[in-house]
Design a protein around this ligand. Sequence first.
Ligand SMILES: C[S@@+](CC[C@H](N)C(=O)[O-])C[C@H]1O[C@@H](n2cnc3c(N)ncnc32)[C@H](O)[C@@H]1O
Length: 272
Amino acid sequence: MNNYTIKDALKKASLILNNQKEAAILLAYHLQKDRLYLITHEEEILQQSTEYFSLINRRKENEPIEYITQSVSFYDSEFFITKGALIPRPETELLIDKAKDILSQNTNITSIAEIGTGSGIIAVMLTRLFKDITITATDINQEALNIAKKNAQEFKVDDRIKFVHTSYLDEIYEKFDMIISNPPYIQDGFDLEKPLYFEPQNALFGGKRGDEILKEIIKISKQRECAYLLCEMGYDQKDPLERFMHKQEITDVNFYQDYSGFDRGFVAKIKE
Ligand SMILES: C[S@@+](CC[C@H](N)C(=O)[O-])C[C@H]1O[C@@H](n2cnc3c(N)ncnc32)[C@H](O)[C@@H]1O
């Protein structure tokens, strides 16, 4: 076995990944220390270097770093994540901000449904921010629901989130003031970048056109007469979704863009 110092291991791993920051994140994770420790202990002999370099190889093979470290930054916190659920994306923080705007202005909105909760970050964030709301969060993926429950427990909001293993809101007859969703919206068969193949494919693909699940959620929100519907969507789905909502007589809709200036979601007022 090689006797690497922390400094030498970091140097070698940085060259393998061509990325010093990721090599350091993985070394800190391996040692269960913070990154400052790597600087203050650079001459220390690295124990179990083989295990460290196997983490580096996983990353080299394109596995997302969040799955390796089982941790993802979202909004103001670190959340638990594993391969069972989609890795939350920074643009979904905008959906939280949109919900925040509505919930701060409408204190009568207390009952919320989230369709496709994945790792639970939306439901967990909203219940942390608003103490008077309750959320029913659904997913077709039981593994994702287990991850979501762990996050809800970690942030002590599990008493206000009901996780249900179902499609959409099937078999749930409660009335909701607001529905929120970041559903799968990529067109089936779209050629993904390599790291995305590590993520659950049914969290990504939304049908032949990509917007089928979004349209179903719009129909459900209309049928259930909730006051607001908030969704994330694909950058090229504004026109078809706007037309679809008009057909459903939903005309009070505001689309928003992400940090790169792409259309990314909407807030629809469905009922007074
Ligand atoms: C894009 S991920 C979003 C996960 C999480 N809400 C987030 O923003 O990171 C979509 C989620 O919807 C779930 N899903 C797909 N089809 C569904 C359906 N018909 N009903 C409920 N959930 C569904 C997937 O399993 C996946 O967890």
